[in-house]
Write a protein that binds this ligand. Structure first.
Ligand code: ZN
Length: 217
């Protein structure tokens, strides 16, 4: 069955399969604890146009992260402003100077990290044949559009693909931030044999002749 595109609703040629992970953050006196469970298996469509747009964007790393760059730039600028004001108006008040420095460092590290990730993504996509690169970015379209929350639970997704099937449960744990027990369950779920549908009609047809034989006796 063909699903409409998760982003624009157009008929989609590509189907993305995902296993849902529900995570609840429980705060207690001993700190924060994560409670995790596997959810449904989903199938969603991504159309060719949305996949290509996403690929073009990922191949232009600075355009892809311009929103993040604006945020980190603003944090850096706020830090600079805070420091300048501290020196100009409150005689270098130490608290404000430290806050200013902290904000500048945050902005700077955030920028470096965002640029590094975007460049890495670009490099990995360029190394792939186009059809595989489109598969990859279709997943990005899916994760960008899929629900992130259900009640108090955070929702994340594991791709159900050939690539994921080859991974060990330790890799699943690290890649998708799973608890060890859930990583094991996810691995088992992904490797479950597909159930063969039972043909109930045939079984019913086998019944009557047997009864007839009994009646004759
Ligand atoms: Zn679309």
């Amino acid at each position: 069955m063909n699903h409409p595109c998760i982003r624009c609703g157009a008929p989609a040629a590509r189907t993305v399969k995902a296993l849902e992970v529900r995570t609840l953050h429980v705060r207690s006196l001993s700190g924060e604890k994560r409670v995790q469970a596997l959810g449904n298996e989903l199938e969603r469509g991504v159309c060719e146009r949305c996949a290509r747009e996403s690929l073009d964007l990922s191949l232009n790393p600075f355009r892809a992260i311009r929103k993040q760059l604006a945020v980190f730039g603003a944090v850096f600028a706020a830090g600079l402003l805070l420091m300048a004001s501290a020196f100009l108006f409150i005689e270098g008040n130490r608290v404000f100077v430290l806050l200013g420095i902290a904000a500048m460092i945050c902005g700077l590290l955030g920028t470096i990290d965002a640029v590094r990730n975007a460049k890495e993504k670009e490099r990995s996509l360029r190394a792939l044949p186009e059809s595989e690169a489109l598969e990859e970015v279709a997943w990005d379209v899916f994760t960008a559009e899929a629900p992130k929350k259900e009640g108090d639970n955070d929702l994340t997704y594991i791709p159900v693909s050939e690539k994921t099937l080859k991974r060990k449960n330790g890799d699943l744990m690290v890649l998708y931030r799973l608890l060890p027990e859930i990583a094991k369950q996810a691995w088992n779920r992904l490797h479950e044999p597909i159930p063969v549908p039972v043909d109930t009609e045939k079984e019913e047809n086998n019944d009557p002749p047997y009864r007839d034989v009994q009646n004759q006796g």
